[in-house]
Design a protein around this ligand. Structure first.
Ligand code: ADP
Length: 262
C-alpha cells in the first residue's frame, strides 16, 4: 500500500519543480488493522460475560430468586461469568502492557531455571491434582539462564497451565531443558488431547481457540494465553514452536539465543 504526496516548489519563472513522494505504508496499515481487530474482538469478548451477569441478575431481581433452585443455578452462572471476565481483563491488560514496553525495558538477571519451574509446579498443584495430572521437572538444579525473570515466569506459567488444562485425567507434564553453544530451550511436554496440524499455527493468534475447546466449554480460557506467550518470547528475541499429535500430546519448545559478550 502506497501513499503519495506531491509537493510543488517553484524556483524561478522559467522553472518549476514537482516533488513526488511515495511512502510505503503497508506495515503501518497492517499494525493499525491488528490493533483495530484486537479492540473489536476484545470488546466483543468482554461484553459477553457482562451481558450474562446483568441478564441473570435482572431475572433474579425480577422474581426468579424466590425459587431456591433457580437462585442457586443463576448465582453459579454469575460467579462463573465474573471469573471469566476477570481472566479476560487480566489477559487484555497483559497484552497492552507488552505492547507498551520497548525491548530496551528487559530486566535481564541470572535465573535458576529448576527453581522457577518448581515454584510454578507449586502454584499449579491444585488444578493439576483435580485432574490427577503429575509433573516431572527434568531441569537439573545447576542450570542457570540469563533472561527477564517476570517474562520467563509468565511464559512457563502459561505453557504449564495449558499442559494441565488440555491433558487427560491422570496425564503427565514434563518440563526439560536443552542448550548448545548458540541457544537454550525449555520444553513443556504433555500427554493431552493434542492439536491438529492445521490448527497449530493459529493457536498463537489472539482470541483463537481450537473449536473443541470453545464449543465443549469444558475448559475455560480466553484464547489469549499463547498470544501473550508468543509476544513475550518475541520481545526477548526468542522463538516458540509446537509439535503435536491429536490424542497423543503436545510439546511446546521455547528457544532463546545465548548472548555472548563481545
Ligand atoms: P486458552 O487456553 O485460554 O483457550 P491459549 O491461547 O492458551 O488460550 O490457547 C489457544 C488454544 O490452543 C486453546 O484454546 C487450545 O485449543 C489450544 N491449546 C493450547 N495449549 C494446548 C495444549 N497443551 N494441548 C492441546 N491444545 C492446546
Amino acid at each position: 500500500r502506497v501513499e503519495v504526496s506531491v509537493v510543488y516548489t517553484s524556483t524561478t519563472e522559467d522553472f518549476f519543480q514537482i516533488l513526488v513522494l511515495l511512502y510505503d505504508v503497508t506495515e503501518i496499515y497492517a499494525v493499525e488493522k491488528m490493533q483495530m481487530d484486537f479492540i473489536s474482538n476484545a470488546s466483543h469478548e468482554l461484553k459477553t460475560p457482562v451481558t450474562a451477569i446483568a441478564g441473570f441478575a435482572e431475572t433474579l431481581l425480577g422474581g426468579a430468586k424466590d425459587d431456591p433452585a433457580t437462585l442457586d443455578e443463576f448465582l453459579g452462572i454469575i460467579q462463573r461469568e465474573s471469573k471469566r471476565l476477570t481472566e479476560l481483563i487480566q489477559d487484555v491488560l497483559a497484552i497492552s502492557r507488552i505492547e507498551s514496553q520497548s525491548l530496551s525495558e528487559q530486566q535481564v538477571t541470572t535465573i535458576k531455571l529448576a527453581e522457577m519451574v518448581t515454584e510454578q509446579t507449586r502454584v499449579l498443584q491444585q488444578i493439576a491434582s483435580m485432574k490427577r495430572v503429575t509433573f516431572s521437572n527434568l531441569v537439573s538444579d545447576d542450570v542457570k539462564v540469563s533472561a527477564d525473570e517476570k517474562k520467563l515466569d509468565e511464559i512457563i506459567k502459561n505453557l504449564m497451565s495449558n499442559a494441565i488444562k488440555y491433558n487427560h485425567e491422570g496425564g503427565q507434564v514434563k518440563i526439560s531443558y536443552q542448550a548448545n553453544n548458540e541457544d537454550w530451550s525449555i520444553m513443556v511436554q504433555d500427554t493431552g488431547i493434542g492439536i491438529a496440524q492445521n490448527e497449530q499455527a493459529r493457536i498463537f493468534e489472539r482470541f483463537y481457540r481450537v473449536d473443541s475447546s470453545r464449543t465443549q466449554q469444558v475448559v475455560s480460557g480466553t484464547g489469549l494465553g499463547l498470544a501473550i506467550v508468543a509476544e513475550l518470547v518475541q520481545s526477548m528475541g526468542g522463538q516458540i514452536s509446537v509439535h503435536s499429535q491429536r490424542g497423543v500430546g503436545s510439546t511446546f519448545t521455547v528457544t532463546f539465543p545465548i548472548k555472548t559478550q563481545k
